[in-house]
Structures are given as structure tokens and as C-alpha cells.
Design a protein around this ligand. Structure first.
Ligand code: MN
Length: 245
């Protein structure tokens, strides 16, 4: 095992990238794949995403959340994200087959919008349970909350205010940031700008002007093409192994 690999393994999945899901990157910074599978989003035999059924009845969260809202939200809105994500992925496959990437920016936007919608709703439904059955924060989660926020009530107050003040549509999100190994509370405006929440970066290319302007000026395309001359695919593969192996 190379030093690089050993170092990476020591740091573990914490170095693998960002994730909003504690199950993806355990609270101690290492993956627990068995537990993560409990939260995996389903796909059909063709690899297309499918809509998970609600883990409880439509009226199970009454009176906090009404049955009609749950039915519309899950069966219409969430189902629409699944359909849109699969359509975007199919269009991307067509583009690859034709070698025609003229619409790829629009398709990337659609995949981000529908993909984030799908992933966040899969988390959202499972984040809820009938009143009195979900328990208080406990165990390692409780310890991490106390370390990063002081107390559960302080975390909850910050979360509530963060969610309430999202400009327009969006989400309040308690997330685990595995590089710094801490819990963070974030706002997502809309939810697609332009990411799929829960995706873990494996290979990234900085296209801010500071990354290329001295040499390439306005020719970002030439810089991106040249980037592939210097990619460390061993690093990318180790990151992939850490999250998916
Ligand atoms: Mn929604």
C-alpha cells in the first residue's frame, strides 16, 4: 500500500468529500456501509430511480402535517422529481451516444433540480415519524450536537431560524461536513444550484477565472481540456472506493 493510499485510508471517508447524510459518512468520519444501505434510494432493474413508498400512512403525521398535503407532496411533487431526473439522465445518454453536447448545460440543470429534489425528499420522509415515536437525539449524534452547538435546544433554535429565513423556496439542512468532521446547519435556496445534495465529489475542476486566467485568459475550454492531462485517477479511484466500494 502506498503512503498516499495509507494516509487516505487513515483519514478514511472523511476525505471523500461532502455529504449531507450522516449515514453516508459516519459521525466518527468513517463510512458504515451497512447502515448507509438502509437509506439508499431505490432503482429498478434498468437502473432508473424509483419513488420509495412513504414509510408510514398518509395521515400518520396528523395533525402536524395533514394527509392531503402528504399525498400531494409525495405522490405528485416527489414523483415528478423522480420522473424528471430519469428523463434528464436518459437525455444525457442520448447526447453521449450522438456525441452532441449542445444542450448539456440545460440537462445538467435539470439533473441537479430533479436529482436534488428526489434525494432531499427521500431523506425528508425518513426524517419524520408519528409524534412520540422518533425519540430524542441520542448516542454519538447527541455528543456531536453538544460539541458543535452546545446543546440540543441551541441546535434546534438555530435550525428553526435558519429554515424560517430561507429566501423563497428551499430547505433548512442539518448536515455532516466530513472533511472538518462537524455538524453544520445550512440553507439551500431552491435546491438545485447546481448540485445534487448528497452527492460526494470524486473529481473536481475549478473553473473560477483565478484557476486559469493568467495562462488561458478567456479560453476556459482549453484549460478544461488541458486539465485532463493532469488528473490523478488513482486519487479519484480511492475516493470512489471509500464511498462506493
Ligand atoms: Mn417538497
Amino acid at each position: 500500500m502506498s503512503n498516499t493510499r495509507r494516509e487516505f485510508m487513515k483519514v478514511g471517508a472523511a476525505a471523500a468529500g461532502l455529504s449531507i447524510l450522516a449515514p453516508y459518512a459516519g459521525i466518527a468520519g468513517k463510512l458504515d456501509r451497512e447502515k448507509a444501505r438502509l437509506f439508499a434510494v431505490p432503482v429498478d432493474e434498468n437502473g432508473a430511480y424509483t419513488l420509495s413508498p412513504l414509510p408510514y400512512a398518509y395521515d400518520a403525521l396528523e395533525p402536524s402535517i395533514d394527509a392531503q398535503t402528504m399525498r400531494l407532496h409525495h405522490d405528485i411533487h416527489h414523483a415528478g422529481y423522480v420522473k424528471g431526473l430519469n428523463a434528464a439522465l436518459a437525455s444525457m445518454a442520448e447526447a453521449r451516444a450522438k456525441g452532441d453536447y449542445a444542450l448539456i448545460d440545460r440537462l445538467a440543470q435539470k439533473a441537479a433540480f430533479h436529482g436534488s429534489g428526489h434525494i432531499l425528499h427521500e431523506v425528508f420522509w425518513k426524517n419524520m415519524a408519528p409524534a412520540g415515536t422518533g425519540g430524542p437525539p441520542a448516542g454519538a449524534l447527541l455528543k456531536q450536537i453538544e460539541k458543535d452547538f452546545g446543546s440540543v435546544s441551541a441546535m434546534q433554535a438555530q435550525f428553526a431560524q435558519t429554515a424560517k429565513t430561507v429566501e423563497g423556496s428551499g430547505w433548512g439542512i442539518l448536515a455532516y461536513e466530513p472533511l472538518g468532521r462537524r455538524l453544520v446547519i445550512l440553507q439551500a435556496e431552491k435546491h438545485q444550484n447546481l448540485t445534487q445534495w448528497g452527492a460526494v465529489p470524486l473529481l473536481v475542476c475549478d473553473v473560477w477565472e483565478h484557476a486559469y486566467y493568467l495562462k488561458y485568459q478567456n479560453k476556459r475550454g482549453d484549460y478544461v481540456d488541458a486539465f485532463f492531462n493532469v488528473v490523478n485517477w488513482n486519487d479519484v479511484a480511492m475516493r470512489f472506493d471509500a464511498v462506493a466500494g
